[in-house]
Design a protein around this ligand. Structure first.
Ligand code: PLP
Length: 815
């Protein structure tokens, strides 16, 4: 304790250059973070040395996104230093939780896919798997969302403006990444060899962030690449007076790591994006190949020492790049190189939408990566030969599995490339993996059977239970024993309290406390007063048509109208809480945000409903906001159009914190139902098969609306300008889609959803029944720990050993 105090003061003087009396909260935060980092670094270096000495296989997790959020309390908690730091800092007159707020969220990701990568990094450290996460160090992460007049505005996310105490720049770890130019084919002692003469070179510089596992036993690096030009300033051009031209190359190089592409489930399709993808794939593969050569001296054994996981199609170029490294640079014979490549790589698919699988125009490829295109053609030739063997003369089959889409102007298909070049392809929930075999990868699965496997996503309980919900964690420890923090399956013993009214009371008190906190935050930020006794109904996630925030707000409109019809009825007080960002170019999603805010404006200020319904849209959804909302949720909205959400992880976070789910049979909702029991979740709506059928039959919803007066009235209200008197036609496009283009089945599922919501109301009114279901959700969510997921990857895909759940607690070690 005394040591931490003096270390923080020393950092303040020596690293920040300030006296305690002059220090700002920012300064204290940096001093505290650096003090903590020192302690992590010792573990890091030891862990690294041990895994090198033991010659252990390493996992390389390639992801264009890591949605990390804040690291300070995460690292404190995992190092077991939360209490001592709190006391030490308290003695210095600073509050730990105030310092926590000084840390900007590292928002190097859009949503679930990026957050999954962050949870996986933490679990790999916890399970003591030597691993490196590879990605891009974006200067600007996901945009900051500001709501003005109900509309979303985007501002740059300047997360690095105060510096980043967690990262280590590695100026000595630099690789050259090439683009453009041409390929020469030479005869090298009787063997044909390709020599790429690139037209442009960019440098990749490494920045390492230590990711510490639970109980601080192991630390892995997140290695993010920053781009710069090898020739930052052309002095002759500068001297001739062309100051901008002199640094044009630098600007072109730096553009690669300037910003994260906002995603709306449709690929970015821009040249800069392809440059980003190749940049980080090339630097990462060069880095891991160099490491392997350093220890093994040759690359034949690469797959015995390296498992490379491709998070979605963004790093698919790894297939061609690894082949190029082996064949062109290390003189491998093609077939040998192919064996090594397939044995080393594996690919996680995140979407079933064929249009969401990345493709790139062949011409762009040829211009940017001419040698890679040649390699892809050759891979395709051998792959199509296999297809021909399997289905002789079947041209449609060949076209369907080909790496080149010939129909839409010749494009390279990145999903197919990743599939063919990987020994395992996984989906992220049971349903998603099954549908993968039936839909997007049906024919490839036929050709390479046995490669597709399922790895249902998970979340790290350290962040999403312990850190986010300390009150619940304490109660669970009290009830089930301290060991739940090491082994969440022990939460099942909570079931013995299921009829214990004393426990019910404590459990409800925790939820109430969390709701008071959230109500206070909302009061401060948006000047809306909430009743913590109301049902907190939460939908927080990216704004997208398939996630159906529209269905939720439509139900709010219908409920509002029903309340006005009958204000004396025994309505359950509800607060509908929304948060989420829409991609800047996704106009329809931004209109949905405006609709939510316009409905909020009317509903929240209508005295006729006596405050029984409130609608709140919280701005700038990110990991930290999720941590504030989730512990306070009573109801979790997981209402995607069936067949469209690959897994979801928000659903897991909320159920773990005691929220009941209202949801469709989609993604991991199905497995949540299987775990918590059908009585403790509210399932409604069409199933994936129904959705496919209905889409074939047509998307007009006129008949559906005619049969549902409540739905008709809600749509009419939106269409007539009831919520937008300043611009009555504002929501006409939404009304039109609901009536005639119901691709996402919002109208089709409305009645079923409305009814399920009234079922929720009824259950809420029977307090013991609600509490019981809530407790059972917490008790039965252990399987969704990302430790379980990572253990499955380690066994089935990576073939690496796993350490203990968590090392023995500190006191046991001392004994
Ligand atoms: C968990 C999480 C997500 C994913 O939420 P879904 O409901 O699964 O789409 C997105 N963003 C943030 C900040 C998260 O923490």
């Amino acid at each position: 304790m005394a040591e931490i105090k003096s270390d923080v003061l020393a950092k303040l003087r020596l690293a920040i250059g300030k006296e305690a009396s002059q220090a700002t909260q920012q300064d204290w935060y940096h001093a505290a973070a650096l003090t903590l980092r020192d302690r992590i670094v010792h573990r890091w270096l030891t862990a690294d040395k041990e895994s090198y000495d033991a010659g252990r296989k390493r996992v390389y997790y390639l992801s264009l996104e890591f949605l990390i959020g804040r690291l300070f309390t995460d690292a404190l908690n995992n190092m077991g230093l939360m209490k001592v730091f709190e006391i030490a800092l308290g003695d210095l007159g600073v509050g730990l939780m105030d310092l926590r707020k000084c840390e900007p969220d590292a928002a190097l990701g859009n949503g679930g896919l990026g957050r999954l990568a962050a949870c996986f990094m933490e679990s790999m450290s916890t399970l003591q798997i030597p691993a490196i996460g590879y990605g891009i160090r974006y200067d600007f992460g996901l945009f900051r969302q500001v709501i003005v007049d109900g509309w979303q505005h985007e501002y740059p996310d300047v997360w690095l403006s105060f510096g980043n105490p967690w990262e280590f720049q590695r100026p000595e770890v630099v690789y050259h990444v090439h683009f453009g130019g041409g390929v020469e084919h030479v005869d090298d002692k009787g063997r044909a060899r390709a020599v790429w003469h690139p037209g442009e070179t960019v440098q990749a510089v490494a920045y390492d962030t230590p990711i510490v596992g639970w109980r601080g036993q192991h630390v892995n690096a997140l290695r993010l690449w920053s781009a710069r030009s090898p020739d930052p300033l052309k002095l002759d051009v500068f001297n001739s007076g062309d100051y901008l031209g002199a640094s044009a190359e630098e600007a072109r190089a730096e553009a690669i790591c300037k910003f994260l592409y906002p995603n709306d489930e449709s690929p970015a399709g821009r040249e800069l994006r392809l440059r980003q993808e190749y940049f980080f794939v090339s630097a990462s593969l060069q880095d891991l190949v160099k490491r392997h050569l350093g220890s093994d001296g040759q690359l034949r054994s690469l797959s015995q020492k390296a498992a490379v996981q491709l998070n979605d199609t963004h790093p698919s170029l790894a297939v061609a790049e690894l082949m190029r490294i082996l064949v062109d640079l290390h003189n491998f014979r093609w077939d040998e190189a192919w064996k090594v490549t397939v044995a080393t790589l594996s690919y996680t698919n995140h979407t079933l939408l064929p249009e969401a699988l990345e493709t790139w125009p062949v011409e762009l490829f040829e211009r940017l990566l001419p040698r890679h295109l040649e390699i892809i053609y050759r891979i395709n030739a051998q792959h199509l030969a296999l297809a021909e063997q399997r289905a002789p003369g079947d041209i449609d089959y060949r076209a369907s599995v080909s790496l080149i889409d010939e129909k839409s102007g010749r494009r390279v298909r990145m999903g197919q490339l990743a599939f063919v070049g990987s020994h395992r392809i996984n989906g992220v929930s049971a349903m998603h993996s099954d549908l993968m075999k039936e839909t997007v990868f049906h024919d490839l699965n036929h050709l390479y059977s046995g490669r597709i496997t399922n790895k249902t996503n998970g979340i790290t309980f350290r962040r999403w239970l312990m850190l986010a919900n300390p009150k619940l964690t304490s109660l669970l420890q009290e009830a089930c024993g301290d060991a739940i923090v090491d082994d969440p399956t022990l939460l099942s013993s909570l079931e013995s309290y299921i009829a214990d009214s004393g426990f019910h009371q404590k459990f409800r008190a925790v939820k109430h406390h969390n709701k008071v906190q959230l109500a206070r935050l909302i009061g401060e930020r948006m000047n809306v007063r909430l009743d913590p006794g109301a049902l907190f109904d939460v939908q927080i996630k990216r704004i997208h048509e398939y996630k159906r925030q529209l269905l939720n707000i439509l139900e709010a409109v219908a409920l509002y109208q029903d309340m006005k019809d009958n204000p004396q009825a025994d309505w359950v007080p509800r607060v509908k809480i929304f948060a989420g960002k829409a991609a800047a170019s996704y106009r329809y999603a931004k209109l949905i945000i405006k609709l939510i805010n316009d409905v909020a404006e009317v509903v929240n200020n209508d005295p006729a409903i006596g405050g029984k319904l409130k609608v709140v849209f919280m701005a700038d959804y990110n990991v930290s906001l999720a941590e504030a909302i989730i512990p306070a949720a009573d109801l979790s909205e997981q209402i995607s159009t069936a067949g469209m959400e690959a897994s979801g992880t928000g659903n897991m976070k909320l159920a773990l914190n005691g929220a009941l789910t209202i949801g469709t049979l989609d993604g991991a909702n199905i497995e949540i139902r299987d775990n918590v029991g059908a009585d403790n979740i509210a399932i409604f709506g069409m199933e994936a098969g129904d959705v496919m059928l209905r889409r074939q039959q047509g998307l007009d919803a006129t008949d559906i609306i005619r049969r549902s007066p409540r739905l008709a009235r809600a749509i009419d209200a939106i269409a007539s300008g009831l919520f937008s008197p300043d611009e009555p036609g504002r929501f006409e496009p939404i009304a039109h889609a609901l009536r005639h283009l119901d691709h996402y089945m919002v109208s089709a599922d409305f009645d079923s959803y409305y009814e399920a919501q009234r079922g929720i109301d009824a259950r809420w009114q029977t307090v013991p029944a609600w509490t019981r279901a809530s407790i059972l959700n917490v008790a039965r969510m252990a399987w969704f720990s990302s430790d379980r997921t990572i253990r499955e990857y380690a066994d089935d895909i990576w073939n690496v050993p796993v350490g203990p759940v968590a090392a023995a607690p500190a006191h046991a070690q001392r004994a």
